[in-house]
Ligand binder design. Sequence first.
Ligand SMILES: Nc1nc2c(ncn2[C@@H]2O[C@H](COP(=O)(O)OP(=O)(O)OP(=O)(O)O)[C@@H](O)[C@H]2O)c(=O)[nH]1
Ligand SMILES: [Mg+2]
Length: 380
Amino acid sequence: MTMPKRAGAVQASSLAVLFMTWAPVVSGMSGSGWTWFFKGSAPQMLAEAEPTNFLFVGNPGTGKSTILNGLIGELTFQSGISYGEGMTYRFDQVKHGKHTFMDTPGLSDMKRREAAAEAITEALKQDGRYKIFFVITLQNGRVRPEDVTTMNLVLDAAPITHYAIIINQMPQREFEELKSDTSPASGHLARSLLATLPSDKAIPLICPVARDSALEGADNKVKPLPEALVKFIVQKTRGMEIRSQDVQQVRVNEWDEKVQGLEEQLSSVQANNQHLIRAQKDSEETNKALQTQLQRVQKDSEETRKELQAQVRRAQQDQEREAQGTRQLEQVVSSLEQQYRFMVQQLRKKSEESEKHMLASVAIGGLAALGFPAILPFVR
Ligand SMILES: Nc1nc2c(ncn2[C@@H]2O[C@H](COP(=O)(O)OP(=O)(O)OP(=O)(O)O)[C@@H](O)[C@H]2O)c(=O)[nH]1
Ligand SMILES: [Mg+2]
């Protein structure tokens, strides 16, 4: 298998030239002059990053070489299907501009395990600033014991404080579920990884990547990476210095036992997860029932409140009507009183007048009796 360009050979093609084969041509004026990169492209992000050793580790077929080729933008590492053993079988590094890109073979390849361990050890001993990526794939949504075994063995061999995990080639449905931080799938995955990875390192950043049908079964296919993956690799993942004298041999002599131990751990996490999922479901159902009850109580109390308000309104209206009745009654009484007073006055007047008449008649009668008929015409 011949590799096109190897370690130390600075490529004649600069990142600017790479860009031309790699992405739609967009050039423009920047502060410093014409630029070949467009914002968000891999070459532009790489150009802005500190010199770094980008080291990719993972089991055969997970897609390490394909990711590296996509990041660099040209066929640099052999990739493809290789039956029974890994396609990449030795430590492979290529210097591009200021960065070094490192490809390694997977430890789960039984025939070449010792050689693969040597290759990864050698990759870790290159000195300098590293960003370390473990590329894994899931099996029916679950972490594979071989993948966590590889991660544990490599993390044990060097003072790696920060690292990242790329979950590659995910079926679309699993990918969609994993994108949400709150989905049961992402919770389950995080618990599986946290339970089986060393606890003395920084919690790794994880990037799920969807399966790409254009890469299915392809050999040496170069395809630009999704922008989110480039950002994850170049910008988001933290780098760290590793000195060769601090690196120990990656130990694979107890591979099978380690895989078995981690498989058991993963199974127990899986069982706990199922309990958790059931408990979560139960509590969701209880919550829902409580919510329904609460809604019913709220509805009932709302109806009672409305009924009470209607009663108060009715009582107020009755009171109002009563008050109006009283006012009308008072008016009637007062007008009757006026009439009564008027009638009394009239009667009094009349009785006074009739009294006067009577007195006059009596007087006239008297006078007449006394023989004064002459004045009669005047008093009548
Ligand atoms: N469908 C699909 N296939 C992929 C994807 N990534 C890689 N492949 C295919 O998987 C096969 C293996 O990819 P490689 O990049 O060679 O994997 P590797 O991790 O370098 O494997 P080794 O070198 O054997 O350790 C190739 O045929 C790729 O085309 C992906 O996202 N989707
Ligand atoms: Mg490879």
